[in-house]
Design a protein around this ligand. Structure first.
Ligand code: HAM
Length: 430
């Protein structure tokens, strides 16, 4: 058998491929990226790119030592013998904050809105829509701590989803408070779970010492049963006054702007850098356990990375999951069309000429040509197969007179167009 791609990765395929489903359709990926770009750039977000690999230390400090990502899912790249190793980035936020600090982006007008898209890597247990290389659209805002920025970020995420035509999406909104609120909550959880230590999964026993709140996010059914049995109080009960006021302001904005959301008192998120506002988008079509996207505020992250304090908030959604949700909804989708014009020569000696005319036409429209001489019947068949709108055949008569006989494949109408006028003619058709 020929070599296969690694487990947990996907090929993004051209339209018409035999094994095509929406979540691996390259044009569908581009459609999601383009939609996000349109929505985000209208809001003033600028594109940023960061490397696909980073210092392991950045990810450890950024994402956090108690997370599954750092503990179990890092793709480490050993390259230099004495170097501690790079990791393939598991997410974009830590990198963007690093780039902000390293490149003096503080000089730019605040709040600074940035966006990116690209592959992320997590060595997960592979399941449907849980991949080892997946793709995110990521939006980050740096330099403002006001709740209006939080609400705008959530609105933008909602707006991308709306523009894509998805209807079955729910926003689950929560707050994980300020660090002191979290400490109080973790102390409460420690007290509650320590007598039950034996009943917790190995992972959660570990979480109890490192970050008890993460127990609530456990994937083990036994842990979840215990959580229900103990009737654990939610993080929201532990919010301090300021975090509560912030959370309420975010909700007020969203209500006025008609963004539907449910307050989820138990929202945890899988990364350590969050504080205050945190949320997830869910879609029934891809299963309750898989979020379509998520985000939150991370005001302490820049300091955690060794830089000056800068407040930040952002979100990311998984493109594969968005595509899975679109597939589940049978959502309408723009088709990638064929060329405007397909050109063929009838004789070998005119193949080069037909190609030259096509190359000229490409200055204004998508034009394709046949790589060998074709009989008229075959040329029209080929044009049809490529879903061209117009087809033209160059025989020795057309070549001598410097004209094309262009046929509209839908109406059957034909007209003669001199080579010199082709681009004007094509421009009128676009
Ligand atoms: P996250 O919740 O870890 O947040 O990931 C965001 C989204 O990426 C998820 O909701 C999901 O759609 C997708 N995703 C994550 N892991 C996988 C996977 N293994 N396979 C397929 N899709 C996956 C973050 O990454 C944060 N950086 C978001 C953020 C930005 N927070 C603030 N700014």
């Amino acid at each position: 058998m020929a070599l296969q791609r690694p487990k947990g990765t996907q090929d993004h395929l051209p339209d018409g491929s035999p094994k095509l489903s929406r979540d691996v359709q390259a044009s569908a990926f581009r459609h999601v990226q383009n939609t996000a770009q349109r929505v985000l750039e209208r809001a003033g977000a600028q594109f940023i790119n960061t490397p696909l690999f980073e210092e392991a230390e950045l990810v450890k400090r950024g994402v956090g030592g108690s997370t599954d990502i750092v503990r179990k899912e890092m793709f480490t790249v050993y390259y230099f013998g004495d170097h501690g190793g790079y990791v393939l980035r598991p997410e974009g936020t830590a990198s963007i904050v690093r780039a902000y600090l390293q490149n003096g982006l503080k000089q730019l007008p605040a709040p600074l809105k940035l966006w990116t898209h690209g592959p992320m890597f997590r060595a997960e247990n592979v399941q449907k829509l849980r991949l080892r290389q997946f793709h995110q659209v990521d939006y980050e805002v740096l330099g403002s701590e006001g709740p209006l920025v939080d609400a705008e970020a959530i609105w933008l995420m909602w707006e991308v989803v709306r523009e894509l035509g998805l209807t079955g999406v729910r926003v689950k909104l929560g707050s994980i408070g300020d660090p002191e609120d979290r400490e109080a909550y973790n102390a409460y959880l420690r007290e509650l779970f320590t007598p039950q230590l034996e009943r917790l999964s190995g992972d959660s026993q570990d979480r109890l010492t490192r970050n008890p709140m993460r127990i609530l996010d456990s994937k083990s059914a036994e842990d979840q049963a215990l959580i229900r049995e103990l009737d654990v109080r939610p993080m929201l009960d532990f919010l301090g006054e300021e975090a509560r006021a912030h959370f309420e302001a975010v909700q007020r904005y969203l209500s006025v702007w008609d963004v539907p959301f449910d307050v989820d008192p138990g929202i945890v998120r899988g990364l350590d850098y969050y504080r205050r506002t945190a949320w997830e988008l869910h879609h029934e079509g891809i299963g309750a356990k898989s979020a379509l996207g998520g985000g939150g505020r991370y005001d302490g992250l820049a300091e955690q990375l060794g830089g000056a304090a800068v407040p930040g908030i952002g979100w990311a959604f998984g493109i594969e999951r968005v595509l899975g949700a679109l597939e589940a909804e049978g959502a309408a989708f723009p088709e990638t069309g064929g060329p405007l014009l397909f050109l063929a020569a009838m004789d070998e000696e005119n193949v080069g000429l037909a190609a030259r005319v096509a190359l000229q036409g490409r200055r204004v429209a998508r034009v394709e040509f046949a790589y060998r001489a074709l009989k008229p019947g075959n040329a029209f068949k080929e044009a049809d197969r490529r879903r061209a709108r117009l087809a033209a055949i160059i025989g020795s008569d057309e070549a001598a007179r410097g004209v094309l006989n262009v046929k509209d494949l839908a109406s059957g109408e034909q007209r003669e167009v001199p080579f010199a006028e082709l681009n004007t003619f094509l421009a009128e058709q676009v």
